[in-house]
Ligand binder design. Sequence first.
Ligand code: GLN
Length: 389
Amino acid sequence: MTLGNAFDRQVGSQRVRGMSESVIREMTREAHRHDAINLSQGIPDEDETPASVKQAARDAIDASSQYTITWGLPALREAVAERYADWKGVEYDPETEVTVTCGTSEAIMSSLLALCDPGDGVVYFEPTYESYIPGVQFAEGRPIPLDITDGLAVEGEALRAAASDASILILNHPQNPTGKVFTPAELELLAEVAVEEDLIVITDEIYEHIVYADHYRSPVTVDGLAERTVVCTGMSKTYSVTGWRVGFALAPEPLSAELRKFHDYTSICAPTPFQQAGVEALSLPDSYYRDLSDSYERRREQLYDGLRSVGLDPVKPDGAYYMLTRYPTDEPDTEFTLRLIREAGVAAVPGSSFYTDGGEDWVRFTFSRNEDTIDRAIRRLDENRFWVQ
Ligand code: GLN
């Protein structure tokens, strides 16, 4: 039975009005519908998760399937504080400054809802990961996108102008979809401006262990940033467990105390067995992280060479596992993407979904899939090159 509309008024709140669903996830559904190889949403293949981490989750279901306390399993918060002290050079108190969330997206959303007042300006770099745009709208903030498409570089004057009217800066580092790794000089500039303008910084560092550029540096190691930053990260990409929904928010106590209010009343807690498995994940040796980056670096080369060989024009990223790619037709990116899915059997994401007001004709492919899947995708593209006359 389909129920009609019982109301003669608009039922969506202003918070959701005009908002459309995630284009990234829509492309995954479109891929399923057309049996396309999915290089759209950044999802790894199933066999990428370390076996010991999966086993720990299985064992944990028998042992503990009830709520943890709302901030997260104490053993996991302690493991996070310990490992991140090595990785970021900053000590976070596991009791008051580490919160386990339902994925990094929740960490970002809880931070925005707790720290942004209606009308507050929120600066982010475009192209941007799509969920910051609805995140700012949910918080009734004022989006201040700063376009860095040309040259992928942060320019002091433009940043200062944008920040002069802002309260919050969102920094995705490495950045999705461009793979940009901000240079130490850019991070220092960001810190300087954040201090000058008294900004709260929300970093999304979910790709912190998928980095190919030597110049990578964690933002909170830059003077002035740790004390005003919420670091949002999590297990999804590092351990290839995107469906487990375990994220971390690391922030000074005054910021943590606020974001915990949203987390508490919306999520109660992240899934207990997967938090338990997180303790195992965080005990993996350093070599695990090197191997992870090396393995994605090989796939980066594979996808880059493959896309060039079929007449597309990809840009090699410095981090994360996405490849921004230009194509040689005049079609809008959405149309080109739908044809890719339906006619070539390979799914990507249209570039315009990474901009607040649309823009730019390019598409994003992911190399989160294994070598065999990428190989099959390239073969399909090769056999169905509708973009080459
Ligand atoms: N971060 C992943 C991506 O950009 C998946 C997240 C999502 O479902 N939007 O593809």
